[in-house]
Ligand binder design. Sequence first.
Ligand code: SF4
Length: 338
Amino acid sequence: MTLLTLKTIEDRLFTAGAKTIHVEHFFRTWVSMKMFNDQSLNYPKLVKEEINQLLDEMNNSAQIIQEEKDGEDSSKLIVRLQDGEIIESVLLPRGGLCVSCQVGCAVGCVFCMTGKSGLVRQLTDFEIVSQLRLARQIRPISKVVFMGMGEPSHNRRNVLSAIDFMAKFSGIGYKNLVLSTVGDRRLFNELEQRTIKPALAISLHTTSDEKRKELLPNAERIPVIEIMDFASRYAKNTHYPIQYQWTLIRGLNDDDQELDRLEKLWLGQFAIMNMIPVNSVEGSSYVRPDSDRLSVIEDKLRQIGVLLKYRESAAQNVNGGCGQLRARYQAQKDEANG
Ligand code: SF4
């Protein structure tokens, strides 16, 4: 089965006789959920026919099959792709959307349900952008974070293509397109060379290189100091703060030594630290620190000038963090199929 990409759509429109202005108008209209008006730009007849055919295929490529609400502000969307694979997107408060970039993930973070399934396949740039269009069927979206299923640096080309598409056609600026990564030198090099850059989130989780091997077994082995040096340079160049992510696990990365090392590494950082007490995954022994320990960490980090936010993982109340709703959906499906 051939999956749709942004390039295929563009090529098919050009082959039918479209000019650049038609292609751009079509993309802008589609991703903004506006009614397509072929009168305004005098579309050639063959292009109109191709667009009708394409719209059918685009609609069939990604469909919401389930929405689980978490109060007024957030909900998880289960999206079925053309080949039957399932991904998750999450509607976040204040117009945010968290998108997936892979089916499954190869990094294998010990606290993550998605990591347990390994990598199933990459999403195309079109499938990534489609999640924005689908979310806009439900409500306006003004910020997109690439923190759903998958590691963006492992699908770098399609993720950057989707980011460029969103920045060009969706009305969302680069500052509100947040690329999240566990750290990858090829991604860092590419980001440094681009003139227009998205905001960056780094999944750090510990200041110890050794513990990183344990927590993120298949992430590229880059010393923490190198990751944070890059992040500091990037934040200064872009003028957007880095958003560090740290999943807090009792007895593993919530100790005083971590906080002491973080104090030293934080010098010169233009950044926010998001700490997320671990959300227990089925069969896992990892537990979150108790509330007293969370208060101690908060006090210590504030004293040393770390701008800290405690968060729950996206849509925590609708079956937990990344990958868990998909896992439950798959289990139900397998059960139904006997
Ligand atoms: S937390 Fe992110 S990088 Fe780690 S396994 Fe899950 S999806 Fe992959």
